[in-house]
Design a protein around this ligand. Structure first.
Ligand SMILES: O=C(O)CCc1c2[nH]c(c1CC(=O)O)Cc1[nH]c(c(CC(=O)O)c1CCC(=O)O)Cc1[nH]c(c(CC(=O)O)c1CCC(=O)O)Cc1[nH]c(c(CCC(=O)O)c1CC(=O)O)C2
Length: 353
C-alpha cells in the first residue's frame, strides 16, 4: 500500500521535517537554524583555524561534512542538516574570482559593472566537491534527520556578481537592471541554468529537500520583484519539479513582506521561509493554511536570551500552532550567539523548557 504524503515507505524511518514539507502538522515542531554550521560554534572556529580559510573548508569535502554534522552532534533536538557551503560557489563556477576577506566578507572579481558575462571563463568543476560533501553527510546522517541542499536565488547571487560584494540596498544592481535589462537578464539566465544543475546534482547526491535563499529580495520595487525574483524562481521550481516531483523546494524571499502570498502562489514553492520582520499572526491569516511555513525568530533575540527570547519563541509557536510549521530563525544565526541561548530555544520549541 502506498504511504501517505510525508509518511515513510515501509521500513523507512520518518523524517519529521520532511513530513511537514509535505504538508503535515508535526508536534513538537521540527526545527533547524540557518547558518547552524558556522562561527558561533567553537568547534567550527577550531577546524577553520586549522584549515586556513573559509573556501579551504568548503572545498575539503571531509571537513565540510564534519562541519555540516557539528551542530547535530551538539544539539540532538535539530531535525535537519544543511549542507556547509555558500551561495557564492555558483558565481565562482560561472567564472568570477571569489575571496573571503577576514572581517569584511566575500569579494568577487571582476564585477559585472567592470566586465561582461561572456568574458568570464566557466569552471563547472568548482561545484563537484560540494556533491561529495552531500554524499558524505548522507552516509553519516541519522535517518530521522532531513538533509537540506541549497543555492542562492538568481537575484541575490546577481547582486554579488554585479557589485562584487554584499551591499545594503543593492543600488548598483537595481540601477544596472534598469539601465541594461538585456545584459542583466543574461546574468540572471546564466545563474538560473547553473543553479538548476547545481541543485539537481545535490539532490542526486542525497539532499532530501533544497532551499533557495533570496536574501536581498527585500530591496526591489513590485515590477523588479516580479521580473528578477518571481520569474526566475518559478522557472527553477518548475524545472526541479519536473525532474524531482517529490523533492520539496523551500523559497526564502527575505524582506518580501506583503509580496509573500503572491511569491508563494506564483513560484509554486513547496514551503515559504519567513524573515523576522514578518508578524507570524499576520502570516498565519494571510497565507494558505496548508502552505508549510518556516521561521521566523529574530536572530538578535537569540543573542538577548531571557524573557525576550522566551516570548519571541512562544509568539511564533502560538501563531503557527495547528498548521505545517518548521521553526527557524528569520536569517542566519549571528556569530556572537551564546550556545546556552540556542539550547534554551531548542528546549522551548521541543516543549522541554
Ligand atoms: O568567516 C567565515 O568563517 C565564513 C562566514 C560564512 C560565510 N558563509 C558561511 C559562513 C559560516 C558562518 O556563517 O559562520 C556559510 C553559509 N552561507 C550560507 C549558508 C546557508 C544558511 O544560511 O544556512 C551558510 C551556512 C551553511 C551551514 O550552516 O551549513 C548562505 C549565504 N551566504 C551568503 C548569504 C547572504 C547573506 O548572508 O545574507 C547567504 C544566505 C544566508 C541567509 O540568508 O541566512 C553570502 C555570504 N557568505 C559569507 C558571508 C559573510 C558572513 C559574515 O561575515 O557575516 C556572506 C554575507 C555577506 O557578507 O554578504 C561567508
Amino acid at each position: 500500500m502506498a504511504p501517505k504524503p510525508g509518511e515513510p515507505a515501509l521500513g523507512q524511518v520518518s523524517k519529521p521535517m520532511l513530513a511537514v514539507l509535505r504538508g503535515e502538522r508535526r508536534d513538537p515542531t521540527p526545527v533547524w537554524m540557518m547558518r547552524q554550521a558556522g562561527r558561533y560554534l567553537p568547534e567550527y572556529r577550531e577546524l577553520r583555524a586549522e584549515k586556513g580559510g573559509f573556501l579551504d573548508l568548503v572545498y575539503d569535502s571531509d571537513a565540510a561534512a564534519n562541519i555540516t554534522l557539528q551542530p547535530l552532534q551538539r544539539f540532538a533536538a535539530l531535525d535537519a542538516a544543511i549542507l556547509f557551503s555558500d551561495i557564492l560557489i555558483v558565481p565562482f563556477a560561472i567564472g568570477q574570482n571569489l575571496t573571503f576577506v577576514a572581517g569584511e566578507g566575500p569579494r568577487l572579481t571582476p564585477t559585472m559593472l567592470a566586465s561582461k558575462l561572456q568574458d568570464l571563463t566557466p569552471h563547472a568543476g568548482r561545484l563537484d566537491p560540494i556533491y561529495e560533501t552531500v554524499a558524505k553527510v548522507k552516509a553519516r546522517l541519522d535517518p530521522s534527520k532531513t538533509l537540506i541542499g541549497f543555492a542562492g536565488s538568481p537575484w541575490t547571487v546577481a547582486t554579488y556578481m554585479v557589485a562584487g560584494q554584499g551591499s545594503r540596498e543593492q543600488a548598483e544592481t537595481r540601477r544596472f537592471a534598469y539601465a541594461d535589462p538585456g545584459a542583466f537578464s543574461a546574468i540572471i539566465g546564466r545563474i538560473e541554468e547553473v543553479t538548476i544543475e547545481y541543485l539537481s546534482r545535490q539532490i542526486d547526491a542525497g539532499a532530501d529537500a533544497v532551499q533557495l535563499f533570496d536574501s536581498w529580495a527585500g530591496s526591489l520595487s513590485p515590477a523588479q520583484f516580479e521580473q528578477w525574483v518571481v520569474a526566475p524562481t518559478s522557472r527553477i521550481v518548475a524545472s526541479l519539479r519536473e525532474r524531482y516531483p517529490d523533492v520539496p523546494v523551500i523559497g526564502f524571499p527575505k524582506g518580501a513582506g506583503g509580496k509573500l502570498a503572491a511569491y508563494a502562489r506564483e513560484t509554486g514553492v513547496t514551503a515559504l521561509g519567513l524573515d523576522e520582520t514578518v508578524d507570524p499572526h499576520w502570516a498565519a491569516n494571510e497565507l494558505p493554511a496548508d502552505l508549510p511555513v518556516q521561521g521566523n525568530l529574530d536572530p538578535l533575540s537569540l543573542i538577548a536570551g531571557g524573557e525576550a527570547l522566551k516570548n519571541a519563541v512562544s509568539r511564533i509557536l502560538d501563531a503557527f500552532a495547528g498548521r505545517p510549521h518548521i521553526f527557524n530563525l528569520g536569517h542566519g544565526i549571528l556569530q556572537d550567539t551564546p550556545i546556552a541561548n540556542v539550547q534554551s530555544m531548542l528546549a522551548q520549541v521541543k516543549g522541554e523548557a
